[in-house]
Structure formats: C-alpha cells, structure tokens
Design a protein around this ligand. Structure first.
Ligand SMILES: [Zn+2]
Length: 227
C-alpha cells in the first residue's frame, strides 16, 4: 500500500517535471514575425564530418544562411566544421551535449547538457550560442533555468518535412513549399538520426531553396528571424 503510494507519488512528480513542463512550451519559440516574408532553415543533429560540409557547400553556392543546432559531443569531434559555419555567416546553436532526451535527464544532467555545449560552441564559433533546441522536442522543468543562465532561448519549428519516419526528397520539398509562411522555422537534419536523413536533405535543398525564393521568401538565420 505504502509502496504503491510512493510509486504513485514518484510517477506524479516525474510527470510534472517532464511531461508537465510541456505546458509551458508556449514560452518557447515556434515561429518568427508574421509580418515579413522571411524563413529560417534550421539543421539538427550535426555536425556530421561527411554530410555537413556538403550542406555548407550548397548553402554557400546559393547564398543562404542556415542555423545549425549542434550536438556538443559531435561538435567536439568536428571542430573545423563548426569554425567554418561561423566564418561563413551561419548561426551556431545548441542541441544539447549527447542528444539524450531531457525526459531522461535530472536537473544536474540537464544543466550539464546545456552548459557544456554552450561552453564548447562559444569557444569554437567565437560567440555565444543564443538558441537551443531540445533533442526529440522533449523538455523538462530544469531546462528553462539552465537556458536562462546561459542566455539561450528554446526554439522549436513550424514546419518539419521529415520526422522519425523517412520522407523522400521530392515529398519534403512539396511539404515545405505547401506549408511555407512568413516567419516559418523549418526543421531539417544534416546528420543521421533517421537513417539516410542528411542524404535526403542534400537532395531536397536546391528545389526547396529555389521554390521558397520564387514564392518571395528571404532565407535568414533564426537570430535574424526573431530579432
Ligand atoms: Zn535531434
């Protein structure tokens, strides 16, 4: 009986910490200003040593600034790619240290995931990251304080052409062009989470960028979109 109650209490506390924190996700950003025809292309899960440089080549060719939400431990293994992003005018942002869901992180570990990544990206990019995207889109109550301490803001997305299930490049292009709106934040992946994701993004990007420009959208970084 007592044990049962204890288990229930623990479940309720965890529910408030992890699931309950989602009630306050309106405090996070989902999109930018609706008044201007601007759009932010964001890339999660990198840097990937093979795919991210190819995405950077493509963005440079088309003069598009991107926003990269980097996994800290991957950034530590590809420091040159992070430096290149910053040098080429892209936004370097945080996606946590290990890509572990914050639902599985206590307050201390949450602070570590955010703080360690903040320090590394600041050292590599030469300026402090201003935005954080929680892995798997999962937040907890400790995240908000940790972000405040580091001057980061939680950013989700308003368009996601591929989630956990893979989507072919042409479908991703159509998905984005059909849903495009002023102030949109598009969530893409330049490293593997879903197998093959970076390859599909690379194939989809040219038509996606051209289509958005034809529709009158100006691609900007998240900081510019929210500024
Ligand atoms: Zn991710």
């Amino acid at each position: 009986m007592t044990l049962g109650r204890l288990a229930l209490g623990v479940a309720a506390a965890w529910g408030a910490y992890a699931w309950g924190a989602h009630v306050v996700t309106p405090a996070c950003v989902w999109r930018g200003d609706r008044a201007r025809r601007r759009i932010a292309l964001t890339f999660d899960d990198g840097p990937d040593p093979a795919w991210t440089p190819r995405v950077l080549d493509l963005l440079r060719e088309r003069r598009v600034p991107g926003s990269f939400f980097l996994v800290g431990e991957r950034a530590a293994r590809a420091p040159e790619t992070v430096r290149r992003m910053a040098a080429e005018g892209h936004e370097v942002a945080s996606h946590g240290w290990s890509h572990r869901s914050l639902w599985l992180c206590g307050p201390w570990r949450t602070g570590e995931e955010i703080g360690r990544t903040h320090a590394l990206l600041t050292a590599l990019a030469g300026s402090e990251p201003r935005h954080f995207r929680p892995p798997w889109g999962m937040v907890n109550a400790a995240m908000f304080g940790a972000l405040r301490r580091h001057g980061e803001r939680c950013v989700f997305w308003s368009i996601q052409p591929e989630g956990l299930r893979s989507a072919p490049p042409d479908l991703q292009v159509r998905h984005v062009l059909r849903r495009a709106h002023a102030g949109a934040i598009v969530d893409l992946h330049d490293a593997e989470g879903t197998p093959g994701a970076p390859e599909r993004v690379l194939a989809a990007l040219p038509a996606m960028i051209d289509g958005l420009r034809d529709a009158g959208y100006d691609p900007v970084t998240v900081t510019a979109l929210l500024g």
